[in-house]
Design a protein around this ligand. Sequence first.
Ligand code: NAD
Ligand code: UD1
Length: 342
Amino acid sequence: MKNKILVTGGAGYIGTHTCIALHQAGYDIVIYDNLSNSSREAINRVSQLIDVSIDFIEGDIRDAKRLREVFEAHQFFGVIHFAGLKAVGESVAKPLMYYNNNVSGTINLLEVMAEYKVKKFVFSSSATVYGDPEVLPIDENSPRSCTNPYGQSKLTVEHILENLAVSDNDWNLITLRYFNPVGAHPSGQIGEDPNDIPNNLMPYISQVAVGKLAKLNIFGNDYPTVDGTGVRDFIHVTDLAAGHVAALNYLEDQTSAVGFLPINLGTGKGSSVLELVTAFTKVSGQKIPYQFTDRRAGDIASCYASADKAQSLLGWQAKLSIADMCEDTWRWQSMNPNGYKA
Ligand code: NAD
Ligand code: UD1
């Protein structure tokens, strides 16, 4: 029998891509999502792409009663936990909402998992937990610190998972620290669909390219980097999705519990903001007007992963290039200028 996975937040950007990869790898999936930052249309598109009707439950991770119903109805091998709020600026304005959703929600989910003795958990953490890194590339033992409530909510969950692993050594708590996920499914059917004006670089670039936004503001050109603009480790979302499959496969192979296990998911290579703009211009054939503005508060100069642990432990490595990331983003954006809205 195929192992069944509960995917919280599975209707979102990374979740939809991961559900496709999980299905293709032979896992059964159940999506649990409150649709606060996603849509039924995204789930419909996943169903169409894999030619299977997805088992979707609309629910909130803070609703223990609803979660218990789901755990009563299904025998899960494990949980991949994407559900969470992710906008840094909003988290500064609404810290209680962020801690409630991301921290209380995760505690609630872990409590229900413990009740049903489901103790395999893959958590969406972020490179943001490394703060402003002293050493590059960043490995998993680098010091952690955060300055904004979003990052702090991820770091707090990491601490909770560490405590949980110490308290009970049956837990398997893989914490995947994503670097900068970008790109879209090569079909152009699913991708990132920001609600409002995008905060992140790639969706902003693609909305300028498609003519929805007039020009890109590049936040700072005086960083100590190759061209003065910020450097990040952009990773294609389908590579990221494959990393989740590798994490589950790894758990299937283990004979004893792994405890708290943090793993970076990045390419190991940094690219600058200007390099990404240049690559996108080339791939899309569109002009991307930009201007340099002041640095964005809280930004760091450079951030890229050491991806050695993912390779040695999970046998996973990112395969796709910056050109692939731009090409797939552009296909998604040009085919769906308004995202999932008709
Ligand atoms: P997303 O917003 O597209 O997906 C998150 C999903 O969770 C959405 O479908 C949303 O409706 C759902 N959700 C939110 N709160 C919920 C709740 N209380 N109950 C049930 N469902 C809820 O975001 P994403 O980009 O796919 O990110 C997935 C995870 O990865 C998040 O936890 C995010 O913090 C983390 N992460 C994302 C990035 C990134 O750049 N996208 C980077 C690092 C970490
Ligand atoms: C941001 C968040 C991080 C979160 C991640 C994924 C901040 C400070 N950090 O990371 O916590 O985990 O998104 O959601 O918000 N840039 C521009 N113009 C833009 C947008 C971005 O020049 O319009 C630059 C930024 O200054 C940065 C780079 O592009 O140098 C990448 O920015 P972004 O895509 O927002 O990601 P991060 O800041 O790395």
